[in-house]
Ligand binder design. Structure first.
Ligand code: PMP
Length: 455
């Protein structure tokens, strides 16, 4: 029998944690999160934290929601799993698909389920390619995304993702994807350029890119209505109207990635509603089940569906699907989760309490470390800068963000540092008092960090 070696020794951490500095992690060890209740999570030492990011932008109804546990348990007892291949389906996934079609913009008529947002965006690419092959325009394959966008982590969805470090480290994009400037007014506007002129310039850049590539080769434009994981960047008010007009002019499909925005985050059920976007494809995940179980959905127009369905005999069925596509248990959890969102009026709560969060955070605009506070509803970003006037960063790698992130734990607060942008995305159940408590903890965190660096 082989001797146990260090790889299997129980007293060492041998798990490679995602998105974690491995050597630093070996040094400091993990915080072991043990349980959750409402907007709070507790570690195994009994410390309580406000989950200011709702897990990873996910837990709409809060932690420890028994109704979701019961919904999962009921479905597990009835039908714990079945697949959706070969003309099979199950009640929860059909009911969920119907419900999503009713909730979302009119154009979206059909639903395909996956396990994760990344797989959903991979599925989008394959659907669009298959559709264009099926309707006889096989050269129309390119996607346009934005720099700093996040659309997933697989090779395909990661190719849509436009984070420079991710592209560098993994040799992406691997697919025909072009990235245009993202609507980050604070960083990307020219000196003296108003928001409207900025939006005009970005729409013109998009159009120039399509023309340069050749409209007959450009299949789709993908974007989050409000960019989240790339650094919380609300676009100028007229950005989407202009972008949509460009896409329609060149027969380029519009894909709205609502993985973070969807289900109430901005104070409307979907961010497409907030910005007046009428997409051909919408991608949903995270808050669809409050992430109690993994589930994502791709919603497509009847036109795309028909292109796929009418031709699947001729060019082969749409040969794509996962073992757990349409899994009945997460679908049952999603249905219960949507009931809770509706019954508790969480979308209205996000609008009302979101205003409080936005105004409370904006009181930090004068803080010596803060360059800009931005956001809509219950999603916000606070960008830290070394020099408020020049907007100069502290360093290229976001050390100050990491310091704020770590210090926040001491104040019982979990947030996310995206470089030097601190992101907030608390559960939609958060109350006004809890928002004030969260911002007070963040203020103390910033004060401590400012003092430690002599600011
Ligand atoms: N799209 C967006 C906008 C996201 O924020 C994420 C995840 N943060 C994804 C896609 C990918 O989802 P997943 O992590 O479930 O693969």
């Amino acid at each position: 029998r082989p001797q146990p070696n260090s790889l299997y020794a129980r007293d060492v951490e041998y798990v490679l944690h995602p998105n974690t500095n491995a050597r630093r992690h070996e040094e400091i060890g993990p915080i072991v999160i043990d349980r959750g209740e409402g907007i709070y999570v507790y570690d195994d030492q009994g410390n309580r934290y406000i989950e200011g990011l709702g897990g990873l932008w996910s837990v709409a109804v809060g932690f420890g929601e028994k109704r979701l546990v019961e919904a999962a348990s009921r479905q597990m007892a009835k039908l714990p799993y079945y697949h959706t291949f070969s003309h099979k389906t199950n009640e929860p996934s059909v009911e969920l698909a119907e419900r999503l079609v009713k909730m979302t913009p009119e154009r979206l008529r059909r639903v395909f389920f996956t396990n994760s947002g990344s797989e959903a965006n991979d599925t989008v690419i394959k659907m669009v390619w298959y559709y264009n092959n099926a309707i006889g325009r096989p050269e129309k394959k390119k996607f346009i995304s934005r720099l700093n966008a996040y659309h997933g982590i697989t090779i395909a969805s990661g190719s849509l993702t436009g984070l420079p470090a991710n592209q560098r480290d993994f040799d992406l994009p691997f697919l025909p994807v072009k990235h245009v400037t993202c609507p980050h007014y604070y960083r990307n506007a020219l000196p003296g350029e108003g928001e409207e002129a900025f939006a005009d310039r970005l729409a013109a850049e998009l159009e120039a890119t399509i023309l340069e590539e050749g409209p007959e080769t450009v299949a789709a434009f993908i974007g989050e209505p409000l960019m989240g994981a790339g650094g919380v960047m609300p676009p100028p008010a007229t950005y989407w109207e202009k972008v949509q007009a460009v896409c329609r002019r060149h027969d380029v499909l519009i894909v709205a990635d609502e993985v973070i925005n969807g289900f109430g985050r901005l104070g409307t059920m979907f961010a497409c509603e907030y910005y007046g976007i009428d997409p051909d494809i919408m991608v949903l995940s995270k808050q669809i089940t409050s992430s109690y179980l993994p589930l994502a959905a791709v919603l497509i127009s009847q036109e795309i569906y028909d292109g796929i369905a009418d031709n699947s005999g001729r060019i082969g069925t749409f040969g794509h699907g996962f073992t757990a596509s349409g899994h009945p248990v997460p679908a049952a959890v999603a249905l219960e989760n949507l009931d809770i969102i509706e019954e508790k009026g969480l979308v209205a709560n996000a609008a009302r309490v979101g205003e409080v969060m936005q105004s409370e955070l904006r009181t930090l605009s004068d803080h010596p470390l803060v360059g800009e506070v931005r956001g809509v509803g219950l999603i916000a970003g606070v960008e830290l800068v070394a020099d408020k006037a020049t907007k100069a960063k502290f360093d290229p790698v976001g050390r100050i963000g990491a310091q704020v992130f770590a210090k926040a734990h001491e104040h019982g607060l979990i947030i996310r540092a995206i470089g030097d942008v601190i992101a907030f995305c608390p559960p939609l159940i958060i109350t006004e008092d809890q928002v004030r408590d969260m911002v007070a903890r963040f203020t103390r965190t910033l004060d401590d960090v400012a003092e430690s660096i002599g600011k």
